[in-house]
Design a binder for this molecule. Structure first.
Ligand SMILES: [Zn+2]
Length: 251
């Protein structure tokens, strides 16, 4: 019987020693986290949601901030559970194969699935921390949300009285250079790059893909839709992440 692409990929993972996974929204949709940019995306449905994700509106308008805090209270990221895709990547770490995990997601589900926090490179930050735009203070989001629940509509930084938001990269905000540098570094160190659930459109992180390939890594793209790097890939799987990932990591 002929070897199917998915069997081939399974073999490559079995033989790899330093896998870097790069994940995007597509790995979390099975956990009920909406894809912001997709056709059913939050932004597509609600223009105000996009306004709340733009730092310029956020800092300028207390009403936008009040609404943002109410939204965070009900964010699915605090109740969502990791799915079989997240679990499969955690399994990869248990086997000593996971060099690092670069994610565009802010939901913390990789860590919740059991991936060591030090392996996870969150290029767009995390909703699980609050941060102060003025003094840089950071703390657990749940503590700040408790203040919102207790009646503070737009909680201030307890250190300096400054403006708080989630520790995520909003539109109009700079990425953290050290975080991006680390993502590019691990991409060059891996022997296999597994991109899962990302459309690979957002730079600079998308640049990790050709970088890894040029450094000699095998490239596997697992995504529902085509990406700009499909031609560069050693294998492209346009299939369900929740089903394919456990199979290819041999979980
Ligand atoms: Zn502060």
């Amino acid at each position: 019987m002929a070897t199917t692409p998915i069997d081939k990929v399974r073999g490559w993972i079995a033989g790899a020693e330093r896998v870097v996974a790069l994940t995007g929204a597509g790995i979390s949709t099975d956990s009920g986290i909406p894809d912001f940019r997709g056709p059913q995306g939050v932004w597509t449905k609600n223009p105000l949601a996009e306004k709340m994700s733009d730092i310029r509106y956020y800092v300028a308008d207390r009403e936008v901030r009040k609404l943002s805090w109410q939204n965070r209270l009900h964010s699915p990221a605090f109740t969502a559970r990791p799915n079989t895709g997240h679990m499969a990547l955690a399994e990869l770490e248990k086997r000593g194969k996971l060099h690092a995990l670069i994610t565009q997601n802010i939901d913390g589900l990789h860590q919740r699935a059991g991936v060591s926090p030090e392996k996870v490179i969150e290029v767009h930050g995390t909703v699980h921390k609050a941060m102060c735009l003025d003094c840089g203070w950071r703390g657990p989001m749940l503590e700040t949300l408790a203040r919102v629940r207790a009646g503070e509509e737009d909680p201030e930084c307890t250190e300096c009285g400054g403006m708080l938001k989630s520790d995520t990269i909003s539109f109009g905000q700079q990425l953290v250079p050290e975080v991006i540098d680390r993502a590019m570094q691990v991409a060059q160190e891996c022997d296999l790059l597994l991109a899962a659930g990302s459309t690979l459109q957002v730079y600079p992180v998308a640049g990790a893909v050709p970088l890894a390939k040029r450094a000699g890594a095998k490239l596997i793209i697992l995504n529902a839709q085509a990406t700009q790097f499909d031609d560069l890939a050693d294998a492209v799987l346009n299939t369900s992440i929740g089903e394919a990932l456990p199979f290819i990591v041999g979980a």
